[in-house]
Design a protein around this ligand. Structure first.
Ligand code: MN
Length: 495
């Protein structure tokens, strides 16, 4: 699925040395590549050809235009011929959009019998792209380098992954996160510097008293409630008795009020805190689940970093198979022959990851001291998934990703919450050890749609440290990587 309103600009570098005819061929070839990328379903936005760049002023202009155009999510650059890279310094220095360097060549094969000096004059990316690579490295520019023929599926896939990360980075620029109440008292990892987050990741975080939300909830009409409860009956497994329960009406009232509040403020992510519910009758459970299913990011206990991450990952995953949800590593199965992690939360797991129709239920919660809340109960589809955690290390943000396999979960008749059972890569012991050494949070954004590469690309675009725990993770090496990263992020301020 393509987001037609968002553009990736295809830019080609050259110079005037070769004459008009060569430059015309350069433009034709570039148009063909841009059109082919634009046609591919693997790439999540429109790919737009831009006129071939042969001067420093044209390069600077296009970079500034990219910065200023809210529809431009990033640039794909290719040097068909040699493009002396001093011309690129001014533009690249000013570029604030993500950059992908496509190191490709128009022709796949060398035409052994026909190759002549004209051919050599035109097809120079093997050395032209190296000159461009040098100046990007010299400027310490974060970018993704993709190598191979432009019709090769793996090349297009890799550009496609980057295009989704670029959609996430673009979303982050306009994202507003609402916090209802502060974060949970005494908790460390959900704290953080919201100014640093805005400087580094662009999104803004705004706090509200829970009373502001309670006011919006109070204004909900009986008619709105009836309509929502009917919708619950259509979308979920729910008995007539449950649908008539006062707790369900109350949940609908909360959902309706929350929607109004969030829409009015232009918020696409939010947090709640069970310690701060004055004026609310129950902890928002069903409302949070349904808002997440509609694309909102969420973090419990005031966790705004996870709320923002869930939203950004949902945008990155648009149109892909599999859902994305707020998640928590809840409890372990430590049978040495069959270790696994049970992921869940009190209530707030997104039904986008549900296998089958969720059941609507009302049960006591045990914390928060409020009425029994409504929630959707379900299991999750099996297969590949990952969990991602964004933490603040003081001087930087660190994104930790663990790949995993969701496995069959035995029945748990006394646990009426949405849950996921998974086996982390490479194994529970190594994964948990690495996660803890890295300082990963207990809250995560869990996704069955995205790969680690999506998140690595996003981290690069936002200057975020990225550490991956997958099948190749070895603890000794991983700990060294963390130490080296500490050193790098201390020293790189001077680069
Ligand atoms: Mn929690």
């Amino acid at each position: 699925m393509k987001k037609e309103s968002i553009e990736l600009w295809f830019i080609t570098g050259s110079q005037h040395l070769y004459g008009e005819e060569t430059l015309r061929k350069v433009a034709d070839n570039s148009k063909a590549i841009a059109a082919a990328l634009d046609k591919s379903d693997l790439i999540a936005a429109k790919v737009v050809f831009k006129p071939v760049l042969t001067t420093a002023s044209a390069i600077t202009t296009i970079c500034m235009e990219a910065n200023n155009n809210p529809a431009c999510a990033g640039l794909i650059a290719w040097m068909h011929t040699f493009s002396p890279a001093k011309m690129w310094i001014a533009g690249l220095k000013r570029l604030t959009r993500p950059l992908l360097h496509l190191h490709t060549q128009y022709n796949r094969d060398i035409p052994w019998n026909e190759i002549d000096m004209d051919f050599m004059n035109l097809n120079q990316s093997a050395h032209g792209d190296r000159e461009f690579g040098y100046i990007c490295s010299r400027l310490r520019m974060e970018r993704k380098v993709v190598v191979g023929h432009w019709q090769d599926r793996e090349v297009v896939r890799s550009i496609g992954v980057w295009s989704r990360a670029a959609l996430g980075a673009l979303e982050s620029r306009s994202l507003r996160v609402a916090r209802f109440g502060d974060n949970m008292r005494d908790v460390a990892v959900t704290e953080g510097n919201k100014v640093s987050a805005q400087i580094r990741l662009d999104y803004e975080v705004q706090g509200y008293g829970i009373g502001d939300l309670a006011d919006a909830v109070k204004k909900v009409t009986e008619k709105q409630i009836t309509a929502l409860v009917k919708q619950y009956g259509d979308e979920y497994k729910a008995s007539a008795k449950i649908l008539a329960a006062p707790a369900i009406k109350e949940a609908a009232r909360i959902e309706s009020g929350m929607r109004v509040f969030l829409e009015k403020g232009g918020f696409k992510a939010f947090t709640t805190n069970f310690e701060d519910l004055h004026g609310m009758v129950q902890l928002p459970g069903l409302a949070v689940q349904r808002l997440m299913a509609d694309g909102y990011g969420f973090g419990a206990e005031g966790d705004w970093k996870t709320a923002a991450l869930v939203r950004i990952m949902k945008v990155m995953a648009q149109g892909l198979k599999g859902g994305t949800s707020f998640m928590e590593d809840y409890t372990y199965h430590l049978d040495p022959k069959n270790t696994a992690i049970l992921g869940a939360h009190m209530l707030e797991v997104c039904p986008s990851i549900a296998a089958g129709k969720p059941t609507l239920e009302v049960h006591p919660l045990g914390i928060g001291g409020k009425d029994d809340p409504a929630r959707l109960v379900f299991r999750t589809g099996l297969g590949d998934a990952l969990a991602a955690s964004m933490v603040q290390m003081g001087d930087r943000f660190r994104l930790i990703v663990n790949t995993m396999k969701v496995v069959e979960c035995p029945p748990m008749p006394k646990l009426p919450v949405a849950s996921v059972l998974w086996k982390p890569s490479p194994d529970l012991k190594t994964a948990a050890m690495a996660w803890i050494y890295a300082g990963g949070a207990h809250h995560t954004s869990f996704s069955q749609a995205l790969s680690a590469e999506h998140l690595a690309d996003f981290a690069d675009m936002t200057g975020t440290e990225f550490v991956l725990i997958d099948d190749n993770c070895e603890i000794g090496q991983f700990r060294k990587e963390l130490r080296w990263n500490d050193l790098y992020y201390t020293l790189n301020k001077g680069l």
